[in-house]
Design a protein. Structure first.
Length: 435
């Protein structure tokens, strides 16, 4: 991911130096376990830890790999340069490259998940605060982009909160799914290494042993992880699209905070564009783009091939870095989003009571009018509002067929705005509990 959409805490997880440090820890812990079994001399295992403060030279490892054409061997050669060839001769005993690569990748994904969970907590806090702030701020709900019935801005924030909270739960499950390690040797049979080595390494690295691996950790785990990131990205876009709609000039019910000195257009000085949420829509596409390759990585030849390797070297940092950036950007947008309650009311009243049509329809049916006739009566008056700008309530009061079933007081009562917000507290309790 390019630096423009990257935050240092997440990019550090994918830095080559971080990767080599994790590789080293895996190898060193494996040596400790091997020494405890008597497979290798204890002094050799202890010698490996002499490199614990070493900053591994990425350029040197790349230089060795240019000759060996094998990244793990290049790293082991560089490690021996620090530890000593004789002392390092038992490093990687009974292991295969995937033991190091896959266990490391899962450590990195687990750490990335921890940052993403913290990001979601930040976003959830912002959504909750704004939900309670605008709990009773009435706005028009829309279906198909057309005015439907009244709702509140608080309920809009609350449903986004509930969606993101589901995403957080999925992410916790994905973290658990990915937190496995494998130190099982070629084709995963433990023929040349004892299972207790795997148990020790996994414990030290904060993982659990993979139930059964081949030469690689099964990629259905990774597919689930990236699919979860894709769902969260889609939820981000869901929020972003709503804000983008609300900021349209014809709507202007809310807008992104426009800071002092900010410019909206190189050509038109009046412009205040929803650039942050448009950017979030784009970033969501990038994260979702990684899901299909992760799914395709599940099917590998026999006990292993490396068709998944090049894919994961790209999608693992790209998806986590982009999502980390997007979650933080969205939290900032929500936190500073400018809300215009007056515009919300003005928009709702633009068609002079039209949004109360269902209440009138139901009242007519309850008064004994057939549903077909009730719909016809309400619709013919509603069309006068659409087409001629009439006042819906006045048209109903002037319609003899309507007033034959409903009294003026009964018609008037159907335009009470509070009717549509009477269950806001119930919905808030469902989303936020009793807080």
């Amino acid at each position: 991911m390019i630096p423009r959409y990257a935050r240092p805490e997440m990019t550090a997880i994918w830095d080559p130096a971080t990767k080599f440090r994790i590789w080293y820890e895996i190898e060193a812990h494996a040596c400790d376990a091997q020494a405890a079994l008597g497979v290798i001399p204890k002094e050799n295992a202890e010698a490996v830890w002499k490199a614990k403060d070493v900053v591994f030279d990425v350029d040197r490892i790349d230089e060795i790999e240019a000759v060996t054409k094998h990244d793990v061997i290049a790293f082991l050669t560089h490690l021996a340069e620090h530890v000593g060839s004789d002392q390092a001769r038992f490093v990687h005993q009974g292991m295969t490259s995937s033991d190091v690569l896959d266990t490391c990748l899962n450590v990195q994904l687990m750490r990335a998940a921890d940052l993403l969970i913290a990001d979601m907590d930040k976003l959830l806090a912002a959504l909750k605060r704004r939900a309670f702030e605008h709990k009773d701020t009435v706005r028009i709900g829309r279906s198909h982009g057309i005015h439907a019935e009244p709702t509140t801005m608080g309920l809009t924030f609350a449903r986004f909160y509930a969606e993101m909270e589901r995403g957080r739960r999925r992410l916790l499950a994905a973290r658990e799914e990915i937190a496995t390690g494998a130190i099982s040797g070629a084709v995963g049979t433990f023929a040349n290494i004892d299972p207790s080595v795997e148990e020790h390494v996994c414990k030290q690295m904060g993982l659990v042993p993979e139930t059964i691996s081949t030469q690689v950790i099964p990629r259905d785990r990774h597919a689930m992880f990236f699919a979860t990131l894709g769902v969260i990205a889609s939820s981000i876009e869901n929020v972003a699209i709503e804000i983008r709609h609300m900021q349209r000039t014809e709507v202007l019910e809310a807008e992104e905070f426009f800071s002092k000195g900010q410019k909206g257009s190189s050509a038109m000085p009046h412009k205040r564009n929803p650039v942050l949420t448009e950017n979030l829509t784009g970033l969501a596409r990038l994260v979702r783009m990684t899901v299909v390759p992760a799914m395709e990585n599940v099917a590998l030849w026999h006990e292993r091939d490396i068709s998944h390797s090049s894919v994961e070297r790209g999608i693992a940092p790209d998806a986590t870095v982009a999502l980390d950036f997007a979650l933080n950007r969205l939290a900032g947008v929500i936190d500073k989003l400018v809300i215009y309650p007056e515009n919300m009311l003005a928009n709702m009243n633009k068609f002079k009571g039209l949004v109360m049509s269902q209440r009138v329809l139901l009242a007519l049916t309850q008064a004994g009018v057939s549903r077909e006739d009730a719909y016809r009566l309400v619709q013919r008056n509603a069309m006068k509002v659409w087409e001629a700008g009439k006042d819906f309530k006045e048209e109903l009061l002037a319609d003899a067929e309507v007033t034959a079933a409903l009294s003026p007081a009964e018609i008037e009562e159907k335009f009470d705005l509070g009717y549509h917000t009477k269950h806001v507290d119930t919905l808030f309790k469902r989303v936020f509990g009793e807080s």
